[in-house]
Design a protein around this ligand. Structure first.
Ligand code: PEP
Ligand code: MG
Length: 335
């Protein structure tokens, strides 16, 4: 079975077997070389430190974050506690999960993305009315601000868990500062409630996912209100190209390397820095090691990728030059 292509060979010829043995050997060597990077720093060839984090979607993934030596979690997709069940999770259940994240990370940063439900992430109990265009519909922060009881339970759980480690909070699908006004009001209420009961929490860092063109265009203003921005290139691609990221008919037209995207990443990085924010990428594009050097040269401060891509991206970071001027001149063949 060729696991890369999904091809099953029944009774393969000896030449084919030989070819696969050679490829298997090469894969093993490459993997061993990567595993040697597990404890290495994420620093470019000219000495710039880059924050390399991992994306996870459930508690089982916590071990792989540590195994591959990521600096922490750059995107914890919190939807898993809401899907495939009969009713909303209770605050205590959420709290226990976030506390585990905080504790297992042992001081490493863990960015919890508040729940991004709606569109393709729904369960019956949520009773989300049918929408003609769900991807453009009531999802992400919009749904949370519509269902404040649900959202407050999550915010409380995150703030309670913050006492146990290095947690940050990140909001998905932001399009306006008015949404931030509403979120900040809710956070004030949550903190007041915790204070009244003497429940400990930290004043945690907050961040915004930049995954709509609107957020790109106002990223400098958004950045003034939080500590970091994180580019969600998966949604940003679909909303910029106006192409559904799951529509198979568009598979060959969907281009997440579109020059518009690359330009937006540069714009957001510069705008974020002007407003004093660190800027990360947490969409799938962050794992494309062919772009690592370009991202670093744009000034992106960190990349968050699926755990299995941590080491390949680390390799690319260590080979990259943050400043072209520092790249040694290529020696000629005759020298
Ligand atoms: C994104 O949109 O790039 C992202 C990281 O969020 P998700 O893939 O969970 O929508
Ligand atoms: Mg997204």
């Amino acid at each position: 079975m060729d696991g890369y292509t999904g091809t099953l060979y029944i009774d393969p010829e000896p030449e084919l077997l030989k070819e696969y043995e050679i490829r298997h050997q090469a894969d093993t060597e490459e993997r061993e070389e990567l595993l040697r990077l597990r404890n290495q720093k994420d620093v470019t060839a000219d000495g710039k430190e880059i924050r390399l984090l991992a994306n996870i979607g459930n508690l089982d993934d916590l071990n792989t974050v540590l195994y591959y030596g990521a600096a922490g979690i750059g995107l914890f997709r919190s939807e898993f506690q809401y899907l495939g069940r009969e009713n909303y999770p209770r605050e205590n259940e959420l709290f226990r999960a976030y506390k585990k994240v905080a504790e297992d990370m042992e001081g490493r940063p863990a960015v919890i993305r508040t729940v991004d439900l709606g569109a393709d992430r729904q369960a019956d109990y949520m009773a989300i009315p049918d929408e003609v265009n769900p991807m453009m519909g009531n999802r992400g922060i919009r749904l949370c601000l519509d269902r404040k009881k649900m959202f407050k339970a999550q915010l409380r759980a995150i703030y309670r868990a913050s006492a146990y480690g290095n947690i940050s909070l990140m909001y998905p699908m932001i399009t306006s500062e008015e949404e931030l006004d509403e979120i900040e009001e809710l956070i004030r209420e949550v903190k007041k409630g915790l204070d009244e009961k003497n429940i400990p929490y930290k004043d945690i860092r907050t961040g915004i996912m930049i995954e709509t063109p609107a957020a790109v265009m106002i990223s400098e203003d958004l950045g003034k209100r939080v500590d970091f921005l994180s580019l969600g290139t998966n949604d940003l691609t679909q909303y910029t190209l106006a192409m559904d990221r799951q529509n198979l008919l568009l598979k060959h037209k969907y281009n997440d390397h579109h020059p518009a995207l690359v330009k937006m990443i540069r714009m957001v990085t510069e705008a974020g820095h002007r407003s004093g924010c660190n800027v990360y990428i947490c969409g799938e594009l962050a794992a494309d090691s062919n772009l690592t050097e370009e991202f670093i040269q744009m000034g992106v401060d960190g990349l968050s990728v699926v755990p299995a891509c941590v080491l390949p991206v680390r390799k690319a970071i260590r080979a990259a030059y943050a400043d072209e001027k520092n790249r040694p001149e290529e020696s000629g063949e005759d020298k």
